[in-house]
Design a protein around this ligand. Structure first.
Ligand SMILES: [Zn+2]
Length: 341
């Protein structure tokens, strides 16, 4: 099969790799219908995370091609969407809704790498969700978004306790931040303030439900949020970047007793001052999103055409042109790149 391999920072190639096969009886092998490049794939691309001939990709939709003998809930021929973390969906942690911390959690990028024609998905029963039928082609980008960015933005909004009557701030205008805006709208937020200084992303944020845009960052950004919220700060803040600066901006934009949902991937060395956290008196909840918790509901909303998260893909390329896709995202020419197979 053809698959994306990152040899070293900035060196993305599409190469032949052996077809994946069933290893454990709980595995499925899927034939990808579409895949995509994640903002988190830019960390190794930029040399921030180690990379050495690494199989890339963790977002996926496709058709089940083989199943192990213990797989019960998905069958050959099913169209499936799965989380970027595997889960058995039966352990106590899964039952509590934290499938990304399942006792069998494994990153799909490590298990297989989904920027490829085929992928092996461990714990298929607990990781994959079949759609009601074969989707129309125009639904595929939205279903693919559910696999990570939509599920992650949704978790951030839930973690930030977004709900009716609330004012929500979204820090970060990448794909996940934009999905956080959409989630906040669907969860009934009264006011959604997107922090963005890019015209194209501001326009998309407004389309997804943002009522206000704040272009300022850092102290000026916090001052603007304070002003817009009558001096109180927001009830709910979604953090979708993962740096100390963005996290502090999120915390400082939250009112006392408010909630921060943080899903930007943090890296080694990023730290927060405990004294400031102590006196901020806000709730912090975040991490790798338990996307599997939300997949059935997200698939249903997409299937009923109530939401159109697929609009977050603003560049579509064939898998063979993956290197150009990485460049476009790295240079911020694209918000998110869909790769066709
Ligand atoms: Zn589990």
């Amino acid at each position: 099969m053809r698959a994306v391999v990152m040899h070293s920072p900035g060196d993305v190639r599409v190469e032949d790799r052996p077809d994946p096969t069933i290893v454990d009886p709980t595995d499925a092998v899927i034939r990808l219908t579409a895949t995509c490049i994640c903002g988190s794939d830019l960390w190794p691309y930029r040399g921030v995370e180690p990379v050495d001939h690494t199989n890339m990709g963790h977002e996926y939709v496709g058709v089940v091609e083989q199943v192990g003998e213990d797989v019960r809930t998905v069958a050959v021929g099913d169209f499936v969407v799965g989380s970027f973390v595997t889960s058995d969906n039966t352990c106590e942690i899964c039952q509590a809704g934290y499938q990304s911390k399942c006792v069998h959690a494994e990153f799909v990028s490590v298990a297989s790498g989904t920027q490829a024609q085929l992928a092996r998905i461990p714990h298929a029963d607990g990781t994959l969700v079949a759609t009601p039928g074969q989707p129309d082609a125009d639904l595929i980008p939205s279903l693919l978004a559910a696999s990570d960015v939509l599920g992650t933005g949704w978790f951030a909004a839930v973690a930030a306790e977004v709900g009716p009557g609330k004012t929500v701030v979204v820090v970060g205008d990448g794909a996940v931040g934009l999905m956080g805006v959409l989630a906040a709208r669907e969860l009934g937020a009264e006011r959604i303030i997107a922090m963005s200084r890019h015209a194209d992303r501001q326009a998309l944020a407004r389309e997804f439900g943002a009522t206000d845009i704040v272009e300022e960052r850092g102290a000026a950004g916090v001052a603007r949020i304070t002003e817009l919220t009558g001096g109180l700060g927001a009830h709910s803040v979604i953090e979708a970047v993962g740096t100390e600066e963005s996290m502090l901006q999120a915390i400082r934009s939250t009112r006392g007793g408010g909630h921060v949902g943080f899903v930007g991937v943090a890296h080694e060395g990023v730290s927060l001052p405990l004294d400031e956290l102590f006196f901020a008196e806000v709730h912090l909840h975040g991490g790798p999103a338990p996307v599997r918790r939300f997949l059935p509901e997200l698939i249903r909303m997409i299937w009923e055409r109530r939401i159109d998260p697929g609009k977050v893909f603003d560049l579509t390329l064939p898998l063979e042109d993956a290197a150009e896709g990485y460049r476009a995202m790295d240079e911020r020419r694209a918000i998110k790149v869909l790769l066709t197979l």
